[in-house]
Structures are given as C-alpha cells and as structure tokens.
Ligand binder design. Structure first.
Ligand SMILES: Cc1ncc(COP(=O)(O)O)c(C=O)c1O
Length: 413
C-alpha cells in the first residue's frame, strides 16, 4: 500500500497537472502531503542540464566510442574526451588518469583488487577502516579469502580514526591503505592529506573512496596526495550506473591489474563498450559541481542547521559524528527511546534512511554506528537525513513540524 501511494504521488508530481493531482490526493488521504526527499546520500535526481546533455547520445549521436572508421564513432569519442576532461578538472588531475566504470563499487573493486594483484611481490597487507562502505569492506573480505592480511582500523566516538593507530598498523609489507573521504551515514570527513602523507612515508598506496565527497566539497588529488580515488555520478546529480577511478600516473606511478577482460577499452583497464550517455552525464555533473557546489553548500548548510537546531533543542535527540569535521548535508540523529522504524512508518511521505542506504534492506544495527561505540539500542533509534540542492526551506520546516509531532506523540504514550 505504502509503495503504491508513493509511486502514485511521485507520478502525479511529474505530470503537468501536478497541482490538481495533489489536491485530489489531499482529499483522499486527508493528512497526506507532497513527499519530501531527504535521502540524497542514497541517490540524487539527475540535474535537468545533465539530462539534456545526455539525451542526444541515446538517439542521433548513438555511436560506439571505439568505432574508428566513421563519424558516428568519432562524435561519441569526442564526447567521452570532453567528459574525461571535465572529471579531471574537478579533481585536478590529467584526463589520462581517469578510467570510466559503472560506478563507485566497480571503481573500488578495480582499485583494491588491482593493487592486490599487482603489488603482491611487495607484500599482502592492506589497511582500511571499520566504518568504510561495504563496497570496500566486502572487497577486502574477499581478498582475505585469497590470502590477504587486512587490518581494520577503529574509530573514536565521533567517527574519526586515530592517526597513531594508522602509524602503528603500517608494516613494510603494507601495499594499500583505503580510507574514505566522507562517511555516507554520518558525513564525517577524515583528515585525508594527513593520512596520505603517513601512508606515503611507508611507500604504500593510498586509496580514497570519495563517493560522498565529490561534487560537494573540493577534492583535489594533488593537494590531498591521493593515489586512487573513486567516484560515482548518481551521488551528485548525475545518472546511475556510471563512475570513475582516478589512477595516479606519477609520483608515484600506480599500476593495476584489470578486473575485466575483453576489448581492452580504457587503456586495457576496463574492457566493455563505453556507456557514452552516462559518461557525458558524469562529465556534465562535474562541470556543474565545479561552478555551483560552493553556493549549494552554503544554502544546504543553513537548512541542515535549521533542521538540527529545531529537532535537537526540543526533542531528546543527539547528533552522531564529529561536529567540526562533518559534511554540510548529512544529519545522523538518534531519537532516544524511539525505534526509527516506528518513526519512519508514521512519516510515510518523508524519505529518509535508517542506516546505510545500500544495506538498509538488512535489519541489523549500522556497522558504522557500532564502530563508533553507539549501542545497538541507540542505533535502532537512528535516522539519517541527507539534504541536497533541491531541498527547500519549506520542506525543512514541514519535516521539523511533522517529526516533532510524531516524536512528541510517541513519547507521551
Ligand atoms: C561511500 C560510498 N562508497 C561507495 C558507494 C557505492 O557507490 P555506487 O552506487 O556508485 O556503486 C556508495 C553508495 O552509497 C557510498 O556511499
């Protein structure tokens, strides 16, 4: 029932006569309102400018970017070249250092497994962090079955790693250290440059899953000394199913073993016909982010502050994650004594996440909050609000009002 109502609402809002559809809806469901989307860390809508840039590459400019013998192929190849430049500019690298993938999960797999297969002559030790995304943790676990020795660093109550722990975990046989830029559940930002420099003193490779950082804050691979960086388009208003891996070419030059065999696309690192419309979309999303992300960030931060101040001041709510080093769009809140499932069920038209969106089908306490020392009970009372560039002040006010009413109602029982 809940799913079909949602579908109907979103379809109505897409249609031309959205206003009248909403009015009918309001009459039928009484208290139901337009849905508010606060799950931007799970995925974002495609920016209309991104969509417009992509559309010709589905129809009249449909060529295969590898077709060298005719103009259809050349047009597609040119578009990929421009997109590669746009991605490179956003993270301050050269376009030869970008490999297009199907998203961050694939980029992470290529980076970690690619290093593992290429550098085993140096050692079999990998370091990562307990709060990483499953794409990193499960890839490391898969390598453990193949003989890798993996150290999972702990974090403190605020979600930050201890630099001394990293120093003492490094061994002469450590080939790779993987630390995410921004945590997808809490928004906590790790001190990337400091971590990278320590990793390099040990001559190890530093990989950074920047899926939640790219397009939101400045991620400069030169400034931050990152060797491998993972990107996903759908987290910053690009299409789903496309991403990229940055692979440093000098100081140090990083080489990987490809994980996909085939036609040798992407300089042999990722075989498979290029997803030209998706790549064009990723490029355009990067271009837009480069121009607009700082203004978006200011506006979104104000909205998040408004949300947190209202909810935390009046309800028994606490924020998870380091307050100073936290991305501006995420608010991971524990509503003491209230099951998040109950809260979410009572707010059917507000889209939020209980744990990590990618694993929210599994009813287990979040591994991120667990690593931070949050009790299972509090973890089950936690909701992640993630705001985006289309979030409005009205929506935030509405969320504050609706959440407050439901929480107060539940607490009075
Ligand atoms: C931090 C982080 N890494 C990796 C991923 C996986 O990204 P993709 O959906 O592009 O495979 C996600 C998706 O939620 C994420 O938040």
């Amino acid at each position: 029932m809940r799913n079909s109502v949602w579908l109907w609402i979103t379809n109505c809002c897409e249609s031309e006569n959205c206003g009248s559809a909403e009015a009918v809806l309001f009459l039928i469901f009484g208290i139901m309102k337009t849905p508010v989307y606060l799950d931007y860390n799970a995925t974002t809508p495609v920016d209309k400018r991104v969509l417009e840039a992509m559309l010709p590459y589905f129809t009249n400019k449909f060529g295969n970017a590898s077709s060298r013998t005719h103009a259809f192929g050349w047009v597609a190849e040119d578009a990929v070249k421009i997109a590669r430049e746009q991605v490179a500019q956003l993270i301050n690298c050269t376009s030869q250092e970008i490999v297009f993938t199907s998203g961050a999960t694939e980029a992470i797999n290529l980076a970690i497994k690619g290093v593992w297969e290429n550098y085993q002559f140096k050692g079999k030790h990998i370091i990562t962090v307990k709060t990483e995304h499953k794409a990193v943790l499960d890839t490391c676990k898969a390598l453990e079955k193949r003989g890798a020795e993996v150290t999972y660093l702990s974090v403190n109550r605020e979600g930050l790693i201890d630099i001394e722990d990293l120093k003492s975990a490094l061994k002469s046989r450590t080939i790779l250290v993987a630390v995410m830029y921004v945590n997808n559940e809490t928004g906590v930002i790790q001190p990337i440059r400091q971590i990278a420099d320590i990793v390099h003193t040990n001559n190890s490779i530093f990989m950074c899953d920047a899926t939640q950082a790219i397009g939101k804050i400045n991620c400069d691979v030169e400034k931050e000394h990152i060797d491998l960086l993972c990107i996903s388009a759908h987290k910053f208003y690009g299409p789903k199913g496309v991403g990229a891996l940055y692979i440093r070419r000098k100081s140090p030059r990083v080489t990987l073993v490809a994980q996909m065999d085939g036609g040798g696309h992407e300089r042999g690192l990722r075989s498979g016909t290029l997803n030209v419309p998706g790549i064009v979309g990723l490029g355009e999303a990067c271009g837009i982010a480069q121009r607009e992300m700082y203004d978006d960030a200011k506006r979104i931060l104000n909205l998040r502050t408004r949300l947190e101040q209202s909810l935390c001041d009046f309800l028994d709510v606490f924020i998870n994650g380091n307050i100073q080093n936290r991305l501006f769009n995420v608010s991971n809140l524990t509503f003491k004594g209230i099951r998040s499932e109950t809260l979410i069920n009572k707010l059917p038209t507000i889209a939020v996440a209980m744990g990590s969106a990618c694993t929210s089908a599994i009813a287990e306490p979040s591994h991120v909050l667990k690593a931070m020392g949050v009790s299972d009970e509090d973890s089950y009372s936690t909701i992640r609000f993630s705001l985006g560039k289309y979030t409005t002040e009205d929506e935030i006010d509405e969320v504050i009002e609706r959440v407050s009413n439901v929480v107060n109602g539940l607490r009075c029982k």
